[in-house]
Design a protein around this ligand. Structure first.
Ligand SMILES: Nc1ncnc2c1ncn2[C@@H]1O[C@H](COP(=O)(O)OP(=O)(O)OP(=O)(O)O)[C@@H](O)[C@H]1O
Length: 311
């Protein structure tokens, strides 16, 4: 199976360093979420991996080979970068057939991917009559055409309706289960947490994080518990006696820092206090991501005079 390997990758556009000494690998068999604020360098990195732009320094390879040297690129790598890229005057089916023929792919695949992406009923309509969501599905159909080992999708749920969002999530999970390498950029954190196993986070062209979703969430989660009870004052006292000094109320719910559900449950049971709710506090991907990128922005603000001197 094929991984994407990026090594020391750097890209300058004039005085702007879009990508800065990036080194990471995207591995098969899992969905890797590609995150970062606007302008962090995600699209540039994808373009460099696809040979659409030349790096200033470093390399990007697919299964050890630069994209430009792949023999049948569409059969190795499926890409959704810009869903508006198709010719508007062609029908969806003709667009896919043309792509198949020019890439040595059987024409029957066009009908299969139209079926897979829910476009069979509009296959003979001109693309210019398509909604944003239909264009997005067509872009995904084109990416799947060559049954590639590697799939790179830039904001795949753009324009999709809720049903389409569930469909694309399941499609990505299935492709990872089949052993493919799936790299997906997105700004939607809730959604990313629903499909990604692994995360690569960029900030100002640099690598901020490369770790599993679970590790990323755990690294930002302080242990704690939320509870509701009919006897808050008594439970608070019992918890303080047990050494949990930070017990605070917000909107009728209480949080205890540093405790587990077992510890709070035991404290309540011993004192015969009924619990109406008891949950572990979990950091969401959005919270963890914002904490990471805010740290980075603060660091950037503090260090920018030096950065200017270096430039
Ligand atoms: N062709 C180009 N010419 C000049 N500057 C560019 C070019 N492409 C990208 N940049 C700059 O490089 C930086 C990284 O942009 P890039 O589009 O890769 O970020 P991104 O992470 O994909 O952002 P977004 O989330 O907004 O899509 C930005 O400062 C951008 O202005």
């Amino acid at each position: 199976m094929t991984s994407i390997d990026v090594h020391g990758l750097t890209k300058d556009y004039g005085a702007t360093r879009a990508v800065d000494q990036l080194t990471f690998s995207v591995r098969p068999g899992r969905v890797t979420g590609f995150l970062g604020p606007n302008g962090a360098g995600k699209s540039t990195t994808m373009r460099l991996v696809l040979g659409l732009d030349r790096p200033t320094a470093g390399s990007a390879t697919l299964g050890g080979v630069p994209y430009a040297s792949l023999e049948n690129p569409l059969r190795r790598v499926g890409v959704l970068l810009d869903a508006q890229a198709a010719h508007g005057s062609r029908t969806a089916r003709d667009h896919l057939l043309a792509l198949a023929v020019s890439n040595g792919i059987a024409g029957t695949r066009a009908d299969e991917v139209l079926e897979d992406t829910g476009l069979a009923a509009v296959a003979r309509r001109r693309i210019k009559t398509f909604s944003l969501g239909m264009r997005q599905r067509l872009g995904i159909a084109a990416a799947l055409l060559g049954e590639p080992d590697v799939v790179m999708l830039d904001e795949p749920s753009n324009g999709l309706d809720p049903e389409g969002i569930i469909w694309i999530r399941e499609l990505m999970r299935r492709m990872a289960r089949e052993g493919r390498t799936v790299l997906v950029s997105s700004h939607l954190m809730n959604e990313t947490s629903s499909f990604a196993d692994h995360l690569i986070v960029l900030g100002r062209g640099r690598l901020l994080a490369d770790l599993s979703m679970q590790e990323f969430l755990d690294s930002r989660t302080r242990p704690g518990v939320r509870f509701r009870t009919t006897e808050a004052a008594r439970l608070r006292e019992a918890l303080i006696r047990r050494g949990f000094l930070s017990v605070q109320e917000e909107d009728g719910r209480w949080t205890v820092d540093g405790a587990t559900t077992e510890e709070v449950g035991a404290a309540a049971a011993v004192s015969g206090i009924p619990l109406l709710e008891l949950t572990e506090l979990r950091t969401t991907l959005e919270e963890a991501y914002l904490a990471l990128t805010t740290d980075e922005a603060q660091f950037a603000a503090v260090s920018s005079p030096t950065a200017h001197q270096e430039a």
